[in-house]
Write a protein that binds this ligand. Sequence first.
Ligand code: IMP
Length: 426
Amino acid sequence: MCVTAVIGAQWGDEGKGKLAHILSLDHDIILRYQGGSNAGHTVKTAGNTHKFSLVPSGVLRSDRTCVLCDGVVVNVVTLADEVSRLRGSGHLLGDLFISRHAHLVLPFHCTQDAYFEEAKGKGAIGTTRRGIGPAYADKYFRVGLRAGDMLRPDYGDMVKALAERKNVLFKGYYNQPEIDPDKVWAEVEPTVEVLAPLVTDTISLIRTAVRDKKTILCEGAQGVLLDIDYGTYPYVTSSHPVSGGATLGTGLSWRDFDRVMGVTKAYCTRVGAGPFPTEDFGEDGDRMRDAGAEYGTVTGRPRRCGWLDLVLLRYAAELSGFTELALTKTDVLDSFEELKVCVAYEFDGKRLDWPDLDPDVLSRSKPIYETLPGWNKDTTAIRSEGQFPAAFMDYVKFIEDYVKTPVSIISVGADEDATIIRGANG
Ligand code: IMP
């Protein structure tokens, strides 16, 4: 096996960070291919909790090479801070590189994100306000700055010139105070010393690694349902979490991939606005939020919670070509007597087996549920497949049969060892 992708199969927060950390044990190189500091992942290792936003989980392992590839948008202030913190605590064990093509998120992109959200009022997307949309917009507008620009002697002038351009927009369009380009540069300048030495030609690095049969792990951020083209537009992020993003954003080709793992919770969550057919506004949703500590890693916002939506999971699986599923946070359902799973929708009196992600349609698509018996047992100490109650395995089988994809990993808690790799540990 050479190249594996770990992809969010829902609206993000599926537990990809933990999975990527575990899989990084068997991979030489760990890549991030899209998104930026809107992502947040938590990895618990013996006695330590690590929260990352930009660096791939693999940096916690020595002899690993971690790369922020072409499709990522790099917030220079956040990344410099993460790198310095990890170095300070002795946890930056692997090598870290940044593609010279990766676009930069500069402080005014975050300001623009906030102005834009405020201007939208009730129609706001509920972004993380991490400047993601504005940075990708500058990229496609072909005015953005790239990591390679940090190596140029006139980088400071380029940052200040882009800040001036933003002022035209901030003042004229958003009717907001201007920013001081010199102050922006004062914040950005110290990051150059930390980040510029990490900038390189990562396409060449990756192609050489493939030729040398090195093992590569692509760590996705967000989830397929937040994809700019395949998600619930406009309630999406501005990049491609779908598996195709892992080719567009890295220099890998589709022929290089052997394994595409979709990561899904045993239920559903969503942060921010947008349709969510199985959202539960009652006691069950509250129980999931409490048991699953469903609050955003980046923003601390409470997550919306609801039952597993197999219609959307199959959509994500087919679009990304999942070869397997990892089922996470199953322990959150431990105390439920009965479990509902959405197997189709009713829309305008008709049954839909395939979703229409247009927000107008999806928000009016009523879930048709099947009810399965809960296992009603604490599963957090289980470490091998044979120990699971029969009702638990029936729930897993129901998902596999519907999505036509095997569940290869089950996660029953946040710790690294609370992970059952099927076929491997019994
Ligand atoms: P943005 O990516 O900050 O522009 O936010 C766009 C939408 O994606 C919002 O609904 C966010 O809540 C959501 N989003 C962005 N990143 C994540 C994530 O890592 N997990 C969950 N939702 C996210």
